[in-house]
Ligand binder design. Structure first.
Ligand SMILES: [Zn+2]
Ligand SMILES: [Zn+2]
Ligand SMILES: [Zn+2]
Length: 776
């Protein structure tokens, strides 16, 4: 028999409000161990006593079967004297001791709750707000810390005796589940018409039994009937309203597009289950696991050729954004088997923030939604769905939001409290605390007035629930960004301006805890350069405190400034004019034949005089020009559409040679000259090469020249670590081909997984740069 020992175990991370204490209690009981567990300021404290073998086994099991919402960041154990106890207890937490604990993200309904939801003998049969300590809302219902019911939007619902009993019982799955509720005591669903008048009131709970779903006035049954009839129904979810229509009904999808003023940008679809997903998408193991994960992100999946989904859902796109139901209400909508998939797009018009409040939704979505499926559990923080894509078997975050926020990014060292306010598009903010960087949910495009309020609310609620008062403010150098102007208007706080692409690379370095000088390849659409030009095709030498620009795409003018972003044909004219002069108008290629001569003449005059035509080294604008010349996209309806469709068009195999680019030495670095590319491209157009081949040659050539530039820089500096960042790396072909070429040259390549490569990840990099500017 092994000796009796006692060990003290400290666990930190997300271990409160997630069922961790009952879990540990059961783990100890099963092994007949004694001791206790209690919540502490940083997590939980455990003392465990028994035979040495059993104690060791207990500690090694601890992280393995932890509850789904728990995130253990540290686990430390040491020996202490045994006390000959024979009982394991859950000690009450001392007041104020759980203030520094991390709040869990919102997560999907768990399997236990799902089983109860459809069990006619369960007291929560068909109850749309069933949850437990392993699932349900968290972040979006919190208004302050510590996390308990009084500081959530559940405060207005007093628990009935049955719910209270579960809440108080350490062995119950609902022990301290703050949103615990049932038919008798919890929130309810109603169906309203487009003007906000109730058409199907909440089902009245009968004292002895649960209400019967399927009754003629059941709001969910009524909503299903409306969706089947082709109506647009706004559905209140976890982090905001969705606009829903039957995804197989073209007329309904078309009406939704008109209402939302969204011409071609793809809509996300919620599939009934994994079987349904297989009917319209290719599904690999990693994507299937991700779809079914408690975070339930939107996963980008390749379309199958023949699909029941309406074409208008994601026109000209290779992929669908698909997710599975994640609230009990979603499951109830699909329960009758009426839909393979529903379009579930953010409840907003164009790029405004998603609506969260019932009255606000009716006011803002008036004229778009025919009906509103609402409930009376308030959403306190809006949180859009996350978007993830699996490449090379690992999930890459494209929009890190619901399900992931507010799990921090863990840093390799302590940093001062910093607020980084991000960029302009796809804005997020980042607040640091010790070794944690809290990246906010997707805030959206700050070009919209409506987003300003959301930006400010997110900052103040982050400061409150994380208990951080920043000492430093980090912002982008672009003088016209709303976030920059906001930062510059604050007084009494030290401020640090951070160059856009420096921040992108620093964000990638932070993800890998790299605190050494790296070669950074930052490719995107727009970022303010230190020379006032619009940068976006940059190779930099980067450490956190500083950067040096060593290579970049040659400057070209953007005729019309911002207009050149929405009209890629302007960039094509600009590049042709740059490389062929005014004679480009005589080129025998379809693009020139189709060019409206008067418009072209105006553009040429602008280019020659440099009027309203800023210089740019943007990679996004180069994609635009090639896309327009290849006849794929001359005008865009959403950001990066021309580049996305150019990538989607890729055809041919590795035998197709890349277009040539020239590396021209300049100063101590290189200019990536695009002249040879356009000469070869024009020749291909003259010989009617297919767009798919042109696209492939362009992608190959671009990856090739970036790899060549990096190799030269490596030769000169000896640096071997290369970070890839910026929105252009959402392009899987470019990412994978460049990575492969660099690795073939013996370089270590780092790419984003946990944090978006686009501007959604910018604030993290800004925070790290600010931290190091100050300490160096
Ligand atoms: Zn549950
Ligand atoms: Zn109850
Ligand atoms: Zn960017």
């Amino acid at each position: 028999m092994s000796a009796r020992v006692r060990k003290a175990v400290e666990v930190t991370g997300i271990v409160q409000g997630v069922g961790f204490r009952p879990y540990v209690y059961r783990l100890a009981l099963a092994r007949h161990l004694a001791g206790f567990i209690t919540n502490t300021a940083a997590g939980v404290s455990i003392e465990v006593e028994g035979p040495a073998e059993a104690v060791d086994e207990f500690i090694s099991r601890l992280p393995v079967e932890a509850p789904p919402l728990a995130r253990i960041t540290q686990l430390a154990a040491h020996d202490i004297p045994a006390r000959a106890e024979c009982e394991f207890r859950i000690l009450p937490s001392r007041p104020g001791e759980n203030r520094r604990v991390l709040i869990s993200p919102d997560v999907a309904i768990c399997n236990d709750c799902l089983r109860e939801l459809f069990d006619p003998s369960d007291r929560r049969f068909h109850y749309p707000f069933i949850n437990c300590t392993n699932c349900g809302p968290r972040y979006t219902i919190v208004c302050d810390i510590p996390y308990d019911r009084a500081r959530t939007s559940m405060a207005v619902f007093a628990m009935c005796t049955d719910c209270q009993r579960e809440y108080d019982d350490p062995l119950d799955r609902r022990f301290h589940a703050q949103p615990n509720a049932c038919w008798k005591c919890g929130p309810q669903v109603e169906l309203w018409d487009g003007a906000g008048a109730c058409v199907a009131p909440a089902l009245a709970p009968v004292s002895s039994r649960v209400p019967t779903r399927g009754a003629p006035t059941d709001p969910i049954v009524e909503a299903v009937a409306r969706l089947q009839a082709g109506y647009v129904v706004a559905v209140k979810g976890l982090g905001g309203f969705h606009l829903a229509v039957d995804a197989t009904n073209s007329a309904a999808v078309s009406r939704l597009r008109e209402g939302k003023r969204r011409v071609e940008k793809p809509f996300a679809i919620m599939a009934a289950d994994l079987e349904a997903v297989r009917n319209f998408c290719q599904l690999d193991d990693a994507s299937r696991a991700l779809l079914d994960s408690p975070e339930r992100p939107i996963v980008l999946l390749s379309k199958k050729p023949a699909s029941p989904i309406a074409d208008l859902v994601a026109p000209f796109n290779r992929e669908y954004g698909v997710f599975l139901p994640y609230t009990p209400l979603h499951y109830l909508l699909f329960a009758a088997g009426r839909f393979q998939a529903l379009v579930m797009t953010s409840g907003n018009i164009s790029e405004e923030p998603i609506a969260i409040d019932n009255a606000e939704a009716v006011a803002r979505l008036n004229g778009i939604a025919d009906f509103f499926l609402v409930h009376n559990r308030d959403i306190l923080l809006r949180c859009d769905d996350s978007v993830v894509r699996v490449t090379g078997d690992a999930p890459r975050q494209l929009r890190r939001s619901r399900g992931y926020v507010p799990v921090p990014v863990f840093l390799n060292e302590e940093v001062p409290p910093i607020l980084a306010v991000g960029g302009e598009l796809k804005n997020t903010v980042c607040l640091t605390k010790g070794r944690h960087a809290f990246l906010s949910q997707h805030i959206g495009d700050l070009e919209n007035l409506e987003s300003y309020g959301f930006f400010e609310t997110t900052i103040s609620s982050f400061k409150r629930i994380l208990e951080v008062e920043p000492q430093l403010l980090a912002y982008d150098l672009h003088p016209d960004y709303f976030s920059t102007r906001w930062a510059l208007a604050r007084s009494g706080i030290e401020r640090v301006g951070v160059q856009h692409h420096h921040a992108h690379i620093a964000s990638c370095m932070a993800e890998y805890h790299l605190d050494v000088k790296v070669i950074g390849i930052a490719l995107d659409g727009t970022g303010y350069g230190t020379d006032g030009a619009v940068w976006g095709g940059e190779v930099l030498l980067v450490n956190y405190a500083d950067f040096e620009r060593v290579a970049h795409l040659d400057y070209v003018r953007m005729p019309g400034g911002a207009a050149a972003i929405t009209e890629p044909w302007r960039m094509a004219v600009s590049y042709l004019h740059k490389h062929f002069g005014e004679a480009f108008l005589d080129l025998d290629i379809p693009f020139v034949h189709e060019l409206e001569r008067r418009q072209a003449a105006v553009l040429v005059r602008m280019l020659e005089r440099g009027v309203n035509s800023p210089l740019t080294s943007s990679c996004g604008r180069l994609f635009d020009a090639v896309s327009a010349l290849a006849g794929i996209r001359k005008q865009v309806n959403y950001e990066a559409q021309a580049a996305i469709e150019l990538e989607a068009a890729i055809a041919g195999d590795g035998e197709v040679a890349g277009y040539p680019f020239e590396l021209r030495p300049e100063g101590s670095g290189w200019i990536i000259d695009t002249r040879p590319l356009f000469v070869a491209l024009v020749n291909d157009l003259k010989s009617s090469a297919p767009a798919g081949i042109i696209s492939r040659r362009f992608h190959e050539g671009l990856a090739d020249v970036l790899a060549r530039a990096t190799k030269l820089i490596h030769g000169k500096t000896g640096l071997t670590n290369v970070c890839l960042s910026g929105g252009s790396f959402q392009n899987v072909f470019l990412l994978e081909h460049l990575k492969r070429k660099l690795e073939a040259d013996g370089l270590n390549v780092f790419t984003h997984f946990e944090v978006p490569c686009g501007d959604g990840g910018l604030s993290l990099g800004q925070a790290l740069v600010a931290a190091h500017r100050r300490s160096h």
